[in-house]
Design a protein around this ligand. Structure first.
Ligand SMILES: Nc1ncnc2c1ncn2[C@@H]1O[C@H](COP(=O)(O)OP(=O)(O)OP(=O)(O)O)[C@@H](O)[C@H]1O
Ligand SMILES: [Mg+2]
Length: 312
């Protein structure tokens, strides 16, 4: 059973199960088959750089023929996003209004959803590269809950943007009232003449487009990495439900770190008994999806040669 990659492929799963390793191995296999591939990591611990043995930044760096990789730092992304919003707003806001508008943006930055909005914004840009600058874009995501929440956008974003829009509307109608009282010309009545509202609405449209890609089974697949242990299985089962709710297509399940047949000794025999139980649970509780299996290696998987050996 091969790991079938779509133009946009996500790898998710519980902490420590091997997401980064499997995503890197899949990206390398994709590049080796002649597909221009971009590997995107959101791991704040920089494990992708460690595994590929290459320094990475937030922009694509070539790590092998046809393989580029980059690392996104969610905090940095949020800061950059807010700075970008401020810069755009500065261009279109009169100096008198600027302090008020910047205050508004700072309020928005602290609002729930702002971090996700920033990260999602970057994801949206990177997803759009699949089928353009790259044949495939592969995301190594942070542990399950967060990522799926992120992909469940724009429902979540909608709430955030709606909050901003209604706050903005209130402010501009207040402004209008005051200007009328002061006898000045009436402020714009239509949203699209309000640069902040217009920017928010563009954002909404962008989220919608990204959501279209994420829910299209021709274009996107979400793969889970799981190990034969209790908690990762439970978490993956829950995550599968969530993906279904959000209509995000599941690519399949990678069962990682399975004791190899050749491993022997009494200790391992006992471990294998437990493992067999969990493997059975995986087959039943996570049934209905393609599954591939990766044996546990005797040491950590580091470097291109080790990665090439991983998916067989
Ligand atoms: N099949 C395997 N055999 C042996 N070691 C493995 C295997 N798969 C992964 N590992 C090792 O397990 C450790 C964790 O892997 P990895 O960093 O890929 O997990 P992760 O799910 O990305 O973790 P995190 O949730 O912290 O991002 C690494 O040291 C990696 O080398
Ligand atoms: Mg990782």
């Amino acid at each position: 059973m091969a790991l079938l990659l779509k133009p946009v492929t996500f790898f998710g799963g519980k902490g420590g199960v091997g997401k980064t390793t499997v995503a890197a191995a899949a990206a390398l296999a994709s590049a080796d088959s002649g597909q221009r591939t971009l590997l995107v990591s959101t791991d704040p611990a920089h494990s992708t750089a460690d595994i590929l043995e290459a320094p990475l930044t937030s922009e694509p760096t070539e790590v092998a023929p046809d393989l580029d990789a980059l690392e996104i730092d969610p905090q940095e992304e949020a800061d950059r996003y807010i700075a970008g919003v401020k810069a755009r707003v500065r261009e279109v806001t009169s100096p008198g209004m600027l302090a008020e508008v910047e205050r508004e943006i700072d309020v928005a930055r602290a609002a729930p959803g702002a971090h996700e909005a920033a990260l999602f914004d970057r994801f949206a840009d990177l997803m759009a590269l699949a089928g353009a600058a790259y044949d495939r874009v592969i995301f190594d995501t942070a542990p399950t809950g967060h990522t799926i929440r992120l992909l469940g956008l724009p429902e979540l974003m909608q709430a955030w943007v709606d909050g901003l829009v209604s706050r903005r509307r209130k402010l501009s109608s207040l402004g209008r009232m005051w200007r009328r009282v002061a006898g000045a010309a009436a402020a714009p009545e239509r949203h699209d003449e309000d640069p902040v509202l217009a920017a928010l609405e563009r954002r909404q449209a962008r989220f919608r487009r990204a959501r279209e890609i994420v829910t299209d089974p021709e274009r996107t697949a979400f793969w889970f990495v799981v190990v034969p242990e209790r908690l990762p299985i439970l978490e993956t089962a829950r995550a599968l439900d969530a993906l279904e709710r959000y209509a995000i297509p599941v690519g399949g399940i990678v069962v990682n770190r399975v004791l190899p047949e050749a491993a022997d000794g009494e200790f391992l025999a006992r471990r294998r008994e437990r493992e067999t139980e969990y493997l059975t649970r995986i087959m039943t509780e996570l049934a209905g999806h393609p599954m591939i299996r990766i044996d546990m290696r005797s040491s950590d998987v580091v470097g291109l040669a080790a990665l090439r050996g991983l998916l067989g």
